[in-house]
Design a protein around this ligand. Sequence first.
Ligand code: PA5
Length: 350
Amino acid sequence: MHPLDDPQTYLRLDPQGMADLVARFPAMGADAWEAALRLQPPPGPLSAVVILGMGGSGVGGDLLAALLRPVFPLPVAVIKDSRVPGFVGPQTLVFACSYSGNTEETVNAYKAAKQVGAPAVVITAGGLLRELAARGGDPVVQVPPGIPPRAALPYLFLPMVGALRHLLPRTDLLGEWAEAHAVLEDLGGQLGRDVPADRNAAKQLADRLVGRLPAVYAATSDLAPVAYRWKSQLNENGKVLALWHSFSELNHNESVGWEDRTLAQRVAVVLLREPEEEPELARRIAATREVSFSAAASVSEVIARGKGRLARLLSLVLFGDFVSVYVALLRGVDPTPVPPIDEIKRRLRG
Ligand code: PA5
């Protein structure tokens, strides 16, 4: 029996249930979306939107920026730092996202944003950030406790989409979420732990990645945050190093790194693609496969599902989340704990 089809594998290696948390992504999304619809952006004119957040709490900002970029009338910046850029001021809407509410960079950046008078929404399960928001009268979106931050992505990301919907009157965000939810449920039914490896594309891809250096490449810059999410999930769940990049920028640097054929043989490429692509992009990817990836251990493709941007982004996220957990289990490691993250935070607090 394939190890990922054996219930003992999950009992032995996944006692905190990361595989189940990933499978709950669509249900968490539905829950988070309800809360999102109750959220109103602060009144008054806005000139920019800024999202603060690190690691698992910051990737929602990357996804939001990618989702909004083609349609949103204002600049959107994601800040993974203790400081905020000079343009932040009373007309900048700030989302401060930290699952624990205690992440140093996010707390400091939130304080800096408040000092220059920026209106803010805090998204957190508790900690110092929730206390500061309560003191300053900023709205708090309460994230349920007891979930590793990276597994709580729907709660950290969707409230921001909901809060901005009034600024996007021509985009049917309600329809986009309805489609995304259906796509996620369908995908969850195809990739979950109970679907055997011979019919489960996520388990099959994990088989190809184990023992290799995964390189996750997004076909477009709009999908780049998803490639970054795959890399981060492979790091945190799978406990492996991984590369990520996006077309066409990678053709201007990383393509050359593939000249090292010895290392290239150990790299497993994953291409994240759109269902419909411009012919020029398809030609670019085909040329890169021939010129650069010919020595790779394997080249796999994962195609986004759905018509709307939200479905496409989230379907690729969910696929990668499953793959990262399966990589962990095939490597014989527990996907949930992240001791180096905890240890570095502990040392810095000390
Ligand atoms: O996934 C993780 O545990 C980390 O990437 C955290 O999200 C990161 O360290 C930031 O912590 P928090 O999410 O509590 O702000």
